[in-house]
Design a protein around this ligand. Sequence first.
Ligand code: GLY
Length: 351
Amino acid sequence: MSILKLVEYSIFIGKADPELSQIISQDNYSKIAILVDENTRQHCLPVLLKNIEIEHSIIEIPAGEQHKNLSSCRHIWEEMMLQGMDRHSLLLNLGGGVIGDMGGFCAATYMRGIDFVQIPTTLLAQVDASIGGKLGIDFNLVKNSIGLFKNPKAVFVNPVFLQTLPESEIWSGFAEVFKHALIADADLWHDLQKVTSLSALDWQPLLARSLRIKKQVVEIDPYEKGLRKALNFGHTIGHAVESFSFSADKPLLHGEAVAIGIVCESWLSNKEGGLSQKSLEQIAAFVKKRYPSFSFQEKDFPRIMEFMKKDKKNRDGRINFTFIPEVGKVEWDQYCEEEIIRESLRYYLSI
Ligand code: GLY
């Protein structure tokens, strides 16, 4: 087990049952509820409860991003009230990004805020969503448009939960792992290029390396005024392709879309930001080998561009990007002409 200490909380990486027991008992909470969905209730809750004793109640919501909304929040708040949770209660969020973001949001607003602990169970949530205090829900079809920043009491990242996931979900989370390498750690990128199979991976040190990068970024810039925008690399085009994939009824996993976004935004970084041709080709080859190819056509570009124009990072109607001028370095608040952006989509289709 390793521990990453941030100013307000710690991230425990690996098996940390005694530490979790201590966090739960040290504050003498009046009530503890565990937020789950039907998947984490079946596959992850028994793993969690095997080695620690928690007097708890359960709050269950349906799984899936489509339930990350106000009506689920209403259900969670109602359950918290029905179960007599007061200001000195604790919510344990056991699940992926939806559970962590929405459970954290409900905890942070219930009775003006109660403690919550993140126990992320997907790779995506373990390396990204559970760290950095971004909480929220989707509203009027806009992702994460209602929310706030608030840090949890602690985060427990246990790779044991990855065994409950299909391989495509793990590759999806892996997109955030290699994004962290591309923006901040050329050595990690070098090592990741050797990873072709997930089965033999030693997760704990890899999670620690990836999380150290996110920790450093969010500690310097918790409210995304500058450096934290580095984490958006691949996400401007990634989010647009993800939204397009849903609207075209061929849904991509978040990380699959981000991997496409990383290829396109690496192409933009090459054309406009100085990234070498060799690095661009390495990144494209990495994605091509590990992620399913997603087919769309020139006639789909206007819809993809429309989604990009709605991105909440944009300023004055200009589409905002983060570039990597070389692997391990970032430049944020970059803007491109629309034709150049379309050209980057053509590059993805050509590889
Ligand atoms: N997922 C990007 C961030 O936490 O800022």
